[in-house]
Design a protein around this ligand. Structure first.
Ligand code: GDP
Ligand code: GDP
Length: 454
């Protein structure tokens, strides 16, 4: 028996798809009803995946972080694959095929009770050509009598069938050993601290002082990072020492070049901001402390949150702030920046150099939050207490039950709450607020999505 390796469930949705960045990915494929979800649950040691008795019921691709023998990997339950499917089933099949693009290995599940069908053979032919290691699972081998049926699956030409009973656990330990053996040794390309300096986007609307601050931070000791042939001879990114540590400032060329297009300036600067954010892990959004927060400031902040990057707010030109301005600014912050009240704030002056040494600790805090993972046990103990004290509001006379939560991923932290009914967005915001109160997450956006299980 597998004996419950600890796993974290999650979903592949939106642009932060793929929990456990850098972990090897194992795609679980097979026709509907062969036992994919049951096997995934078995591997995770709990009932997290949604199990349906209805064949062909469409499901989202769901990804789970799993651990076996100390090795982490991501399991992607593809929902079902029928090569000749039409309609909804075709969409699910399309997802299964797409899952192969991101996978490092494939668990192909065949039901020994039905035996290999034409559809299984068609899938086997695709898998044969996909170039990935394929582990053939002969499922529903609940006892020895089915072992011969399992052996018959040699005919699929995918090597040794692994007899398993996903329902009872039989053979699943051996299966996981085979999975680990098939996974690539080295982790895939990942962006972690060991990859060198953390990547920072210094952004903000024109004239808030971005290039002044960069000059102050970098001084004359500039370290040029790379050139993009044919486009510009300016350095694209720059290594800057802040707080005794080197940071990679993204697209400083954009700041230094100081192109001011007569029209469409905002459009181009927002393109540049978007591409800097794409490459960055954390953003310093620079605001002018001597002026009210503008709509353009708000848009830049939204871009950071939407991109799921860590965020530090820096109020520049603090040398121009007197006591009066300070008080109005505090009010403006409460009124206009409440939605990012979780972001560390630093009041700096690029002109005088004031407090620029506080930027590094703020960046470190934000990055730490961004990569925080709450163990599933702790998360659920917390959730149980919060929900017991403040249950979700009833809808249509029924109070939805909150069953279970799991952290689907980090950078930024993403949570999935499993419930028996729809949760109002106000309740989701309440959960987010409580998560932040109890676990911090200063400087990082977090997301909570809800999965309803009938
Ligand atoms: P999926 O559509 O491939 O994800 O299949 P499910 O995991 O939803 O399982 C389909 C049905 O097969 C469910 O009724 C399961 O209880 C059943 N099932 C799954 N694994 C086994 C097994 O090892 N033995 C038996 N007897 N039934 C199983
Ligand atoms: P950018 O467009 O965001 O790169 O802004 P710049 O760095 O070009 O700065 C815009 C203007 O604000 C320039 O005139 C700067 O001299 C001025 N400025 C920048 N930082 C400060 C500061 O900390 N204090 C004051 N008083 N002026 C500043």
């Amino acid at each position: 028996d597998v004996g419950g390796p600890d796993g974290f469930a999650g979903e592949l949705d939106g642009e932060f798809a793929g929990p456990g960045i850098g972990q090897p990915v194992v795609a679980v494929v097979g026709r509907p009803n062969v036992g994919k979800s049951t096997l995934v649950n078995r591997i995770l040691g709990r009932r997290a995946a949604v199990v349906e008795d209805v064949p062909g019921v469409t499901r989202d691709r769901v990804a789970y972080d799993a651990v076996w023998s100390g090795r982490r990997f991501t399991l992607v339950d593809t929902g079902g694959w029928e090569p000749d499917a039409t309609g909804l089933a075709a969409q699910v099949s399309e997802q299964a095929r797409a899952a192969l693009d991101t996978a490092d290995a494939v668990l192909f599940i065949v039901d020994v009770v039905t035996g290999a069908t034409d559809a299984d053979e068609a899938v086997a032919r695709v898998l044969h050509r996909c170039g990935l290691p394929v582990i053939l699972v002969a499922n529903k081998v609940d006892d020895v009598r089915f072992e011969a049926d399992a052996a018959a699956l040699w005919s699929l030409g995918l090597g040794e069938p692994h007899p398993v009973s996903a329902l009872h656990g039989r053979g699943s330990g051996d299966l996981l050993d085979a999975v680990l053996a098939a996974l690539p040794e080295a982790p895939r390309e990942i962006l972690t601290e060991s990859d060198g300096p953390r990547r920072v986007a210094l952004i903000g609307r024109p004239n808030v002082g971005k290039s002044s601050l960069l000059n102050k931070l970098a001084g004359s000791r500039r370290s040029l990072v790379h050139d993009v042939a044919g486009t510009t001879r300016d350095p694209v990114d720059e290594l800057v020492t802040v707080g005794g540590e080197e940071w990679m400032f993204i697209d400083t060329a954009g700041l230094r070049r100081r192109v001011r297009e007569a029209s469409g300036a905002e459009y181009y600067s927002s393109l540049r901001t978007a591409s800097a954010l794409e490459a960055a892990e954390v953003a310093i959004v620079l605001l002018a402390a001597d002026e009210p927060v503008t709509e353009q400031d708000q848009r830049v902040i939204s871009m950071v949150v939407d991109a799921g990057r860590a965020l530090v707010l820096a109020f520049n030109k603090w040398d121009l702030v007197d006591t009066d301005r300070r008080l109005t600014l505090e009010r403006e912050i409460v009124r206009d920046l409440g939605r990012v009240a979780w972001a560390p704030r630093v009041n700096v002056s690029a002109r005088t150099g004031r407090a620029t040494d506080r930027l590094a600790p703020a960046l470190r805090t934000a990055l730490e939050s961004w990569g925080t993972r709450i163990p599933t046990g702790r998360l659920n103990t917390w959730l149980g207490e919060v929900v017991a004290a403040t249950p979700p509001p009833a809808r249509g006379g029924r109070v939805p039950k909150v069953l279970f939560a799991t952290q689907a991923g980090v950078r930024p932290p993403r949570f999935v709450v499993f419930t028996t009914g729809f949760l109002e967005s106000s309740y989701r915001r309440f959960l987010e607020r409580r998560l932040r109160e109890d676990f911090g997450f200063a400087g990082s956006p977090i997301s909570i999505s809800v999965r309803v299980r009938e």
